[in-house]
Design a protein around this ligand. Structure first.
Ligand SMILES: Cc1ncc(COP(=O)(O)O)c(C=O)c1O
Length: 444
């Protein structure tokens, strides 16, 4: 008779994964032209798969022990006090901004009509929450090469209605976070750092995501670590941490974890709003919230990925440096990326601007690279104010978005993610060189 316990069977299931993994995901040699060179992608191993299966065997399903461990480890990695997992980077952005609308923040609460300084050369869901809450985005131009707004640009956007600054460290290149956060503190306005593309980036030895009041991260497969779908909000402020948790968890007042009851010991003995005395604290809502939690299976993959994060970041930096060196000979024809002074970016991609003088049409060049199976990406929405969803909506533009339009017309990026080998990077370089000299790519 089989007298194995559940623990034995679980260990047996997990022990089968390495074999399954090596059979399902065998390593292949790269053949230029046959194999694709993605701009980004997940890098995973049998340990990630084991962690995923381990969590699924718990069958807890919602956020649980893996999520709790991840939040602790992630906060430690960044040197922040509080981390909250959510189901995407976009949800993290929505959550970070929404908690600043809490009435508990008094005069500093964001109200419809208030202004939020941001950039238009970026990803839509950094600015979408601004529109969704009836706030007014104030767009400033970015600098060429860094693709970030400068402190001078931010200062020039300030008005009596400014309540927050919310922008991303573009492609992992830190914006001037120290000066911008000092400015925000001086003016009593909030700073939210979108670090979805900048996990591990540093400025003056301090991690991106620890300068602002709140910061956000994405764990979509393209990003530095993945959970499939996932994101996080970070803060050092105990007060904001309470709000982040509440807005994430339905807006409720109670801070019990999923499956937990009566953590405060006052579940049936408090009075809230106009509710009857002793109304179950689990069902008291102090904010207009959401449910943005993720599953424990996602968190389990993230927890295992986190162990490899330092190595992933190192590879991204190495790949970036390699491309930079090889592409330097094209300077003049292309605009190379510029790291923020005093920063060590954890690059998301390698941005390239096509110089006007070469007369090369970007779309033709991207088509050429695509024909060689080289993945390219644009700097997201280019100039968001020119995207169909944003035209005609209330916003303010400071000066002219000249460089933002340059980004929209001339910039693209190629990959630096850890899955790219030297052979692949060489193929990217030789293809860009050929493409720039190719008749077919010339603008007509
Ligand atoms: C700067 C930035 N912010 C937010 C997001 C949204 O993250 P997610 O895809 O996890 O929703 C992305 C996505 O790549 C991004 O690049």
């Amino acid at each position: 008779m089989d007298n194995k316990t559940a623990v034995d069977t679980r260990a047996e299931i997990l022990s089968m994964i390495p074999e399954y993994f090596s059979k399902s995901f065998p390593k292949r040699d790269f053949i230029p032209g046959r194999d694709s060179v993605p701009a980004s992608g997940k890098v995973f191993d049998e340990e990630d798969m084991k962690s995923l299966i381990d969590a699924s065997l718990d069958f807890w399903l919602t956020s649980g022990r893996f999520a709790e461990d991840f939040e602790m480890e992630f906060a430690k990695f960044l040197g922040a006090k509080h981390a909250f997992l959510v189901n995407s980077g976009s949800s993290a952005n929505l959550l970070a901004l929404s908690c600043l609308t809490s009435r508990t923040l008094g005069e500093r609460a964001l109200c419809p009509g208030d202004e939020v300084i941001t950039v238009a050369a970026g990803f839509p869901t950094t600015v979408n929450p601004i529109y969704q809450y009836g706030l007014v985005p104030v767009y400033v131009d970015v600098e060429l090469g860094t693709y970030n707004a400068s402190i001078e640009g931010i200062k020039s956007a300030l008005s009596a209605k400014t309540k927050a600054i919310f922008m991303a460290h573009t492609l992992g290149n830190p914006f001037d976070a120290k000066n911008i956060s000092d400015f925000a503190k001086e003016k009593g306005i909030w700073l939210i750092e979108d670090c979805c593309d900048a996990l591990g980036s540093e400025l003056g030895g301090k991690k991106a995501g620890t300068f602002g009041d709140l910061s956000t991260f994405s764990f979509y497969p393209a990003h530095h670590i993945t959970m499939g779908e996932g994101g996080a909000v970070l803060t050092n402020s105990p007060g904001l941490a309470v709000l982040v948790q509440s807005f994430r968890d339905w807006g409720r007042d109670c801070q019990c974890a999923p499956g937990q009851d009566n953590r405060c010991g006052l579940r049936f003995s408090q009075k809230f709003g106009e509710l009857p005395e002793g109304y179950d604290h689990k069902y008291v809502y102090s904010e207009i919230g959401y449910n943005l939690k993720l599953t424990d299976m996602q968190a389990a993959v993230g927890l295992s990925q986190l162990k490899k994060l330092d190595g992933f970041i190192a590879r991204r930096r190495e790949n970036f440096a390699y491309l930079y060196e090889k592409l330097s000979s094209l300077e003049g024809k292309i605009l190379l990326p510029k790291a923020m002074p005093n920063s060590t970016p954890s690059w998301f991609g390698f941005p390239i601007g096509i110089a006007h003088s070469v007369g090369v049409n970007r779309e033709n060049l991207l088509r050429f690279l695509d024909s060689r199976k080289i993945g390219t990406r644009l700097l997201f929405g280019g100039n968001l104010t020119r995207q169909p969803a944003y035209i005609g909506r209330d916003h303010r533009i400071v000066g002219k978005l000249k460089n933002t339009d340059y980004v929209m017309n001339n910039v693209f990026w190629v990959g630096v993610y850890p899955g790219l080998s030297k052979e692949m990077l060489d193929y990217i370089v030789s293809s860009i060189t050929t493409g720039l000299n190719n008749e077919m790519t010339v603008a007509r």
